[in-house]
Design a protein around this ligand. Structure first.
Ligand code: ADP
Ligand code: MG
Length: 325
């Protein structure tokens, strides 16, 4: 820790966070990491902070936390169609707990290895528990998926299924009562989301706009609409839900979780109608379900169509840290 002498800080870093950085010229240990960026590629950079009590329950299993801190960043790379290579980790810790750090590092590095990401640096300070990961990767110059390319007439798609993570949060907060058998499964979706990195790369040249769903479908598709200068209509019945999620569709809290619950880290993207076959092929190739849920249209904002074809209103427009409660 910076406030507790450099020896213990160095030991902490050496013990938990110094691993060979396969993709880097120079990794953890010096004043800077050195990275060799490929000619003809754009460098893609994203950062995400997770604060105890805001983004995770303080008593959460540190291994899940290590996974999630990296997963949410990998998801941003996925949303741009980028290939992740390097990450830095800034940790603020109330105290040094080696068992906690060991478990956190395991969750982090297990996922990092899966995606060939090297931890190349970071910072360690004392204070209320919070984590920041910055991720860097590459995308062929000019080929990144952006939020701004959707046009009227394009289809709206989502990957995987939506709502399980939010159902777990609603359950933890006592807003909904999940059956005992559903708790574990939805909690795993909350704690260990699967970033859709391969899918994002495969969507280059197919998707006209993309975003990862961190704040909820309505909010995140709303970002695509705003930046693309269009509106979108989503048919609620087409939104893909898990078998578990399907059991809670009839309740208000269940419906809200599915259309505006965050933390799913699936991709929402738009594409030309004549890309439908190619996108269907992708789901076979990658083993990731892809569902067409609506249409981009002229206008503004996201509207929902209920099963009867009539406009539907659902509470909650996604998580916003600074909006009034
Ligand atoms: P400086 O004081 O020059 O910023 P530090 O003492 O903070 O350097 O860090 C020493 C080395 O350890 C640097 O290479 C830094 O990137 C790395 N580092 C510090 N904290 C972490 C961490 N939590 N995870 C990974 N690397 C870290
Ligand atoms: Mg430092």
């Amino acid at each position: 820790m910076s406030t507790k002498g450099t020896n213990s800080e160095f030991e902490l870093i050496a013990r938990h966070f110094m691993r060979p950085a396969a993709n880097a010229v120079l990794g953890v240990g010096d004043d800077c990491a050195l990275l060799n960026v490929t000619n003809g590629m754009d460098l893609a950079v994203s950062t995400d902070t997770m604060v105890s009590g805001t983004h995770f329950f303080p008593e959460v299993d540190p291994e899940h936390l290590g996974h999630k801190a990296l997963a949410v960043n990998l998801s941003d790379m996925a949303a741009m169609g980028a290939m992740p290579y390097w990450a830095t980790l800034a940790l603020t810790l109330p105290s040094v707990d080696h068992a906690w750090l060991g478990a956190f590092a395991k969750g982090f590095f297990d996922l990092a290895e899966e995606f060939n990401v090297s931890l190349v640096g970071g910072d360690t300070t004392r204070g209320p528990l919070s984590l920041n990961v910055t991720i860097m990767g590459e995308v062929p110059a000019g080929a990144a998926l952006r939020r701004s390319g959707a046009k009227a007439g394009h289809d709206v798609w989502v990957s995987g299924h939506l709502g399980d993570a939010a159902l777990a949060v609603a359950h933890r907060k006592g807003l909904i009562q999940l059956d005992a058998g559903d708790v574990e499964e939805t909690l795993m979706r909350l704690y260990e989301p699967t970033p859709r990195v391969q899918l994002g790369q495969a969507l280059r040249g197919l998707a006209t706009a993309a975003i990862d769903i961190s704040d909820g479908l309505l909010a995140d598709l709303g970002h695509i609409c705003r930046l693309s200068g269009v509106g979108a209509t989503v048919e609620v019945e087409r939104i893909p839900v898990s078998d578990t999620g399907a059991r809670y569709l009839e309740s208000d809290a269940g419906r809200t979780a599915i259309v505006s619950g965050g933390d799913d880290y699936e991709l929402c993207f738009t594409a030309h109608q004549n890309s439908r076959e190619s996108i269907d092929d992708l789901q076979q190739m990658l083993g990731v379900p892809l569902r067409r849920i609506g249409q981009v249209r002229r206008g503004k904002g996201v509207s929902l169509l209920g099963p009867d074809g009539k406009a539907m209103k659902v509470d909650g427009r996604g998580y916003d840290h600074f909006s009034a409660p």
